[in-house]
Design a protein around this ligand. Structure first.
Ligand code: HEC
Length: 219
């Protein structure tokens, strides 16, 4: 009898808590962990904005849609970020909604959560953060592709192919690798890629260089 009663109570509590989370209008509940304190603006957050938002025709210096230029901490903060409070941060609300969708930034949920956590932690302008880059690691799937996704894909993969450059498959990336334009675009002293963003680090450029010298394999 008591067993059955406790089962009913358990079921009720479960139902109530489900109703509460479903009906809640706030952000998805994110629990910050100790590791999250390492989130770094320059290394983790800025590249997401540069390739997904600060592109031509959107929020770059030339177009400045809604007067927003989203390739610096100042520009992003000016778009309406309230440190500590994602639900009161206009830019984050846009990213969560339409601007994060396929026609615009196409951010994945991991990127949205990262931005949410960064705001929760005070939206600090952290720079010069350590990386785990190792220039002796230069496999396409483990090293090159993730950098293309992080730094380039927002401008160079469907539906955006800036400069008619499509970097969405190994075949196309390898063709730019082999004709020299890929490395040149990363090392060029002015107007380097990622356009409008920080230059990749020497270590990251070395990874590209070694992969290209190895014949740009699909490894
Ligand atoms: C904010 C948008 C943006 C980002 C991010 C970006 N590009 Fe570009 N890219 C462009 C535009 C626009 C062009 C056309 C040329 C120009 O306007 O400078 C271009 C041109 C290129 C070209 C052709 C250059 C040439 O010399 O013909 C290559 C190669 C290239 N990008 C590679 C990359 C790589 C690799 C990354 C990531 C590390 C990247 N781009 C990130 C916008 C971007």
């Amino acid at each position: 009898m008591t067993m059955r009663f406790s089962k009913i109570v358990f079921a009720l509590v479960l139902i109530l808590s489900l109703i509460q989370t479903q009906g809640c209008k706030h952000e998805p509940v994110i629990v910050l962990t100790a590791a999250d304190s390492a989130i770094c603006f320059e290394r983790d957050i800025l590249p997401i904005f540069v390739t997904n938002c600060a592109k031509s025709g959107c929020h770059d210096a030339v177009t400045a849609e809604e007067e927003l230029i989203l390739n610096s901490w100042q520009g992003i903060m000016a778009g309406g970020i309230k440190p500590g409070d994602p639900s009161d941060s206009e830019i984050f609300q846009e990213i969560k909604g339409k601007m994060g969708g396929p026609k615009y930034g196409n951010l994945n949920s991991e990127q949205k959560i990262l931005i949410q956590k960064w705001i929760m932690l005070g939206a600090k302008n952290t720079t010069n953060c350590p990386t785990d880059c190792d220039s002796n690691q230069f496999k396409f799937s483990a090293n090159i592709q993730p950098m293309i996704d992080k730094y380039c894909a927002g401008c160079h993969a469907y539906p955006n192919t800036s400069g008619s450059v499509d970097l969405s498959s190994h075949t196309s990336i390898a063709s730019y690798a082999k004709n020299g334009t890929l490395l040149n675009s990363l090392t060029h002293p002015t107007n380097w890629m990622p356009k409008g963003g920080n230059k990749l680090s020497d270590c990251q450029i070395k990874q590209f260089e070694k992969w290209i010298n190895a014949g740009a394999p699909n490894d």
